[in-house]
Structure formats: C-alpha cells, structure tokens
Ligand binder design. Structure first.
Ligand code: CTP
Length: 407
C-alpha cells in the first residue's frame, strides 16, 4: 500500500502574502513525501518569493503566467487542473479566497482551482481584520459549502505586529491535512481504530508523579498512519501537551486508571486497538492530596498497588488487538509471552536500550509477532514507517476478519 503522497501530483498555488516563504517549506515537505509538486504563483506572490526558489525545490518550472507560451499552462490552461490529484492554495490571501469563491480564472491559481475535479485545500493567511470581515467569512463559507477543505488560520502574532487570527497554519500541519485528504480511500477507510500513546503519570501528591520515558511519538505515528490510510482514529494520549494528529479525535488520559476507562469507552464499535502507550504497572496506593513535606520524613517508603492491564481487559467482537513489548533483554521471548498472556493478535517488540531507536527517538526497530508465532523483524526506520508496517498487518487481519482474541 503506497503512502498517500507517494507518486501523487500535487498542485501548490501560492498567493501574495508574507507567509509565501512558508510555502517553500511546504513544497519541500511534499517533495520529500514523494509527491510530484507543480507550483503556481500569482503576480503578488512573486513580489514576496521568487519562482526560482520554488523551482529549485520541486525541480520543475513554476507557472507564473496563464499566457506564457513556454509553460504547460500557456499551451493548455487547464492541463494542470486535470492532472492534479490535490490542489493546495497556501497561503491563500483574502483576495485569493474571494477570487476562488467568485469563480474567477484569470491567474494560474484561481484558474486551476476553478477547473479541477481534485480535492482543494486552502490555508488562509491575512491580517486579522481581513479575516474577520463579513466578506471573507462569506467567501470561506461558499468555498466550504463546495467541499473545499480549509485549514486555519491560526491565532498568533502577524507581520503587522498585531496579534489575532490570521496566521497561516504551519506546513507540518498542512502536510497532515494533505495526507488525510489523499488517504481517504485507503485500505482502512470505514474502519475505526483506537490508538494509545505516551507514558502515564501516577500522582504521588499534587506536584509529584511516577512517570516513564515514553515520548508518545510511536503512538502518534500509528495514529497518523492510520488516518493516512482512511481510518477514523481516536487517540487516547497520556500527554495532554502532545500534538494531536490532524483529523484524529483526542481523548486525554493521564493515569493508568483514566486510560483503562478511556480505552474501554473508545473501543466500543472499533475495529482495532493499538496500545502503544507505556502504562504504569503500579500506582501510589494512597496519593496525598497535599504536597508531602520532606521535613516530615527521613527516608520515605511509597506503597504502590498494581494497575489494571488495559489491553488484556479490552474486548469487542472482531476487535484486532495490538500491543507493544518494550524490553531490555530476551526481546522476542518476552514479547511472545505478552502476546499470549494479553490475548493479542499482534505484538510489536522493540528494544528499550538501543542507541537511536525506541523511547524518545525518531526511529524504531521493531519485530512484529503474530499468533502463529511468526516474527517479522524489520530494520531501523522512522516511527511513521514502522507504524505503516504494523498497519499493513492490521489491515490484513481486518480484511481476513481474523481479529478477536477468541478466534
Ligand atoms: N499495557 C497495558 N496496561 C498496563 C501495562 C501495559 O495495556 N497496565 C500494555 C502496553 O500498552 C503494551 C503492552 O501492554 O502494549 C506491554 O507493555 P509493557 O510495558 O512492555 O509490558 P508489561 O505488560 O507492563 O510487562 P513488564 O513491565 O513486566 O515488561
């Protein structure tokens, strides 16, 4: 299953805002994700950023003029509109939104938006006053009603020095929107997947917790990858400050007990649960409701009690259960024991103490073990790529209808 942007034709329209410089970053991310990127610029956009900057990134000529006989558009003004599989307008100024809403077609960006049958994503960027004007509101409503996806704008400091709503959504988040749109008809379309992420935090008193080193990145990568294959994703995250992937429903569950409740609720009607969270095995038996003062104590003994095993206790008809096993030694042996003890369909084993992979790292090196006992040992790769490989297996189990620990 190819990733959503791999080999896809994306038309990127850039209009005249200072945020045009961020579109360079977006173009670069799209190229790195494997898309063929065709950039179109309005005359105003070219006052902010040079077409040469974009062509250096996308390795193609940039469409700057509908009437340039040397460009594809000069010969056939709707050729790109037909070829594009996704049209992104970022930044989209108030004026560009008005042109699109009115159906004007006298610059490369608006002409392509008007003529395309591909999905369109716009990222508004303008001064807050312009964004709040009834005219812009009406234009955005028109575009939304026609099925255009609108990302942002965000609140923050603008080029004018004022703070308000009008900043273009960051390229990393726009990438999430682009992937979600292009992945809509992926192999997990129509499936509901629950993913947990992060390390739980068990309170000792109002200021102290027992935590672990999980960064939540593996779980977030699974949530992103599932969304990018068309799934409806609920992310149960132990870290309230972690960014939630675009399009996923976020449930925050900081402690093991909260996670147990959140997962039990979220799996109702779900097709699969992927338990990437590092859940505490013990919690303070009686957390203090006041800060424990050190002068009361010489040495301190904390009584802990066991938490419930979340993944072992969830059930649902046909529910595919995937657990992780984080081990410092005997990786496969321990992982197999967890697969059996917790009634899992798959266990993803990963080393806890290997340089550059696992907890807190960008990469992982996982071995996927199934109920037959077969182990698929994958090389080191990004967490997103590892997530993609795990979901290949989840997708196979769902297609075969072979989820559910009773099966
Ligand atoms: N897990 C869970 N509930 C817990 C503890 C763990 O659902 N209370 C899940 C984890 O999310 C993971 C799997 O069980 O998917 C294995 O977790 P891991 O921490 O590797 O193992 P433990 O079961 O905690 O066993 P041990 O600490 O002895 O290795």
């Amino acid at each position: 299953m190819p990733k959503p942007l791999e080999g896809r034709c994306v038309a990127l329209g850039v209009t005249g805002s200072i945020a045009a410089y961020k579109a360079l970053d977006l173009a670069s991310s799209l190229v790195q994700a494997g898309a063929g990127v065709e950039v179109m610029m309005t005359a105003a956009a070219q006052r902010f950023v040079s077409p040469l900057s974009f062509s250096a990134i996308v390795h193609r000529p940039v469409a700057t003029d509908l009437f340039d006989p040397r460009s594809e558009m000069g010969m056939d003004h709707v050729a790109l509109a037909r070829r594009a599989e996704l049209v992104i307008v970022a930044p989209a100024t108030a004026s560009a939104l008005a042109r699109m809403a009115c159906g004007l077609a006298d610059d490369p960006v608006s002409a392509t938006v008007l003529a395309t049958c591909a999905p369109v994503l716009v990222a508004p960027a303008m001064d807050a006053g312009m964004f709040e004007s009834p005219a812009t509101g009406a234009n955005l409503k028109t575009l939304r009603d026609r099925g255009v996806a609108v990302a942002g704008p965000e609140r923050g400091r603008m080029a004018s020095g004022l703070t308000g709503v009008g900043r273009m959504t960051e390229p990393a988040e726009l990438m999430g929107h682009a992937r979600a749109i292009l992945g809509r008809s992926g192999d997990l379309a129509g499936r509901a997947i629950v993913v947990t992420a992060g390390g739980t935090r068990e309170p000792i008193d109002p200021v102290r917790v027992i935590a672990n080193r999980s960064s939540g990145r593996m779980g977030n990568a699974i949530a992103e990858a599932a969304r990018d294959r068309g799934a409806r994703v609920t992310l149960v995250s132990a870290d309230p400050s972690a960014p939630c992937p675009v399009g996923a429903d976020l449930v925050v569950a900081e402690t093991a007990a909260q996670m147990e409740r959140a997962v039990a609720g979220a799996v109702r009607g779900a097709d699969a649960v992927v338990m990437a969270a590092a859940v505490a095995d013990w919690t303070p038996a009686s957390p203090s409701d006041r800060k424990i003062k050190k002068d009361d104590l010489g040495a301190m003994t904390l009584e802990l009690r066991r938490t419930a095993d979340v993944i072992a206790s969830v059930e649902g008809p046909g529910l595919v259960k995937v657990g992780f096993a984080l081990e410092t030694e005997d990786l496969e042996l321990n992982a197999r024991a967890k697969l059996a003890a917790k009634g899992l369909d798959l266990v993803v084993a990963n080393p806890a103490c290997e340089e550059g992979v696992g907890m807190g790292a960008d990469d992982n090196r996982v071995t996927i073990i199934d109920r037959s006992g077969a182990a698929e040992a994958l090389p080191r790769m990004s967490k997103y790529d590892a997530a993609w490989r795990v979901l290949d297996r989840v997708s196979g189990l769902l297609a075969a209808g072979s989820g559910g620990s009773a099966g």
